[in-house]
Design a binder for this molecule. Structure first.
Ligand code: ARG
Length: 457
């Protein structure tokens, strides 16, 4: 077996070592980016007269042929050639002869692999931004249908104050808005070209790094060749953004699991997004949000994994860095799949408006409003808090809610109560009066939705 780097060796590689060190089983996902990087590199080599133009042309045609064979599924990569870079170089030499060996002039696998990763992550980040937008659009659609739908708002998972269901959903819209922003911002740093950094120190050939970067569509080049080949910050950054997106997906999923339970029945997930039980015929399980919640774990794991790989590495490239890939691919695939499921799951869920309405009429979540009522009639808030606390206790003891109390009962707690207290306590009123900017009143929620629509474009 002739290795591309075999010259210095007298023995064959141990088979286990070959398998242990190879990355082709996973880095073949970078095949198209690898060819794109090589096309740019060879064009630059030709333009800079580092290799003859006709050789550059032959290499280009060879690469295009290989690309076609890869996309049509004709190529089987070989573990003997370790990784995608050497597999493609070997295929090229087989395809066009020894002139293919000129491709690697002024380049190393170290800047090559970094270039591939930049290209890959740039493309995926752009795709993921679109998937985040689709989730936002689904939230927006449901929100617009539910501006007047009331749901108990919780703190400590205890009923706190009623809110518009649209308001609740829109809270997630803004989380995803920040996520989108973070992804967009990260593109600035992904968009640096490492190509031409060589193994670590640059190259003796008169290459033009800005030219190859331009061909590849990168906005700039790394100013330091050692940083260029050893930087994996952009992947760590991606994994951390992905972790936060998964956190948001997981929190929403958790709410969907709770809301769809028999105890809540606030929403019903579409049948096409649920599965049944093999033993209990009545069950309709929210497997999709449960798995979305759980998949967060592997994404966090990938982040911690890469941080740990990098933390002790001296400059510049170390083979450890090959471990950056599987976690990144896994994260891209997990996030991609999760976002693509989440959008239609939100869109197709049924909102049980009546069930929510019953809920907000059967709790003490209007208690703050009675306190505010007494305050507007002149009582100090702290005293009002005390009075209402006693009223709530009285109501619980008599198995009533505040709205069930007679005016005479109200007046026993304070002479300030009048007939208008009943209007003040209605959940619709409780929500409607929260008109502070960003509050839950329909007026404010509509403004928020308008702003969201502008953001979504
Ligand atoms: N497969 C390697 C990786 O993923 C490519 C770079 C190898 N460079 C080297 N000097 N061995 O990191």
């Amino acid at each position: 077996m002739s290795k591309l780097w075999g010259g210095r060796f007298t023995k064959e590689t141990n088979k286990l070592v070959e398998e242990f060190t190879a990355s082709i089983s996973f880095d073949q996902r970078l095949a198209l980016e690898d060819i794109e990087g090589s096309l740019a590199h060879v064009q630059m080599l030709g333009e800079c007269k580092i290799i003859p133009l006709e050789d550059a042309e032959k290499i280009k045609l060879g690469l295009l042929q290989i690309r076609e064979k890869i996309t049509s599924g004709e190529i089987k990569f070989a573990v003997e050639h370790e990784d995608i870079h050497m597999n493609i170089e070997k295929l090229l030499i087989d395809e066009i002869g020894p002139v293919g060996g000129k491709l690697h002039t002024g380049r190393s696998r170290n800047d090559q692999v970094a270039t591939d990763m930049h290209l890959y992550l740039k493309g995926k980040t752009l795709e993921l931004i679109e998937h985040v937008k689709a989730v936002q659009a689904a939230l927006l659609t449901q929100a617009k249908d539910n501006i007047e739908t009331l749901i108990p708002g919780y703190t400590h998972l205890q009923r706190a104050q009623p809110v518009s269901f649209a308001h609740h959903l829109m809270a997630y819209f803004w989380m995803f808005e920040r996520d989108k922003d973070r992804l967009q911002d990260s593109l600035k740093r992904i968009d640096w070209s490492p190509l031409g950094a060589g193994a670590l120190a640059g190259t003796t050939f008169p290459i033009d790094r800005h030219r190859s970067a331009e061909i590849l569509g990168f906005s700039t080049v790394y100013p330091n060749s050692m940083d260029a080949v050893s930087d994996r910050d952009f992947i760590v950054e991606f994994l951390s953004i992905a972790s936060l997106i998964m956190t948001h997906i997981s929190r929403l999923s958790e709410e969907m699991v709770i809301w769809s339970s028999q105890e809540f029945q606030f929403i019903e997930l579409d049948d096409s997004f649920c599965t049944g039980s093999s033993i209990m015929p009545q069950k309709k399980n929210p497997d999709v949000p449960e798995l979305l919640r759980a998949k967060t774990g592997r994404v966090y794991g990938n982040l911690i994994g890469l941080l740990t790989v990098l933390k002790g590495l001296p400059l510049a490239y170390n083979k450890d860095m090959q471990e950056d890939k599987e976690g990144m691919f896994d994260t891209v695939e997990t996030l991609d799949g999760s976002l693509q499921l989440l959008a239609p799951m939100i869109e197709t869920m049924t909102v049980n408006k009546n069930q929510m309405k019953q809920a907000v009429n059967q709790d003490f979540s209007n208690a703050t409003d009675i306190a505010d009522y007494l305050v507007t009639k002149g009582m100090a808030f702290r005293d009002a808090h005390e009075v209402i606390g006693k009223m709530v206790l009285y109501a619980i003891q008599h198995q009533k809610f505040l709205l069930d109390l007679q005016l005479a009962e109200f007046k026993e707690f304070s002479p300030l109560f009048e007939e208008d207290i009943y209007e003040v306590l209605a959940p619709e009123h409780v929500v409607a009066v929260r008109q502070s900017y960003g509050g839950t009143s329909p007026v404010q929620v509509k403004k928020q939705i308008e702003l969201a629509e502008e953001k979504l474009g």
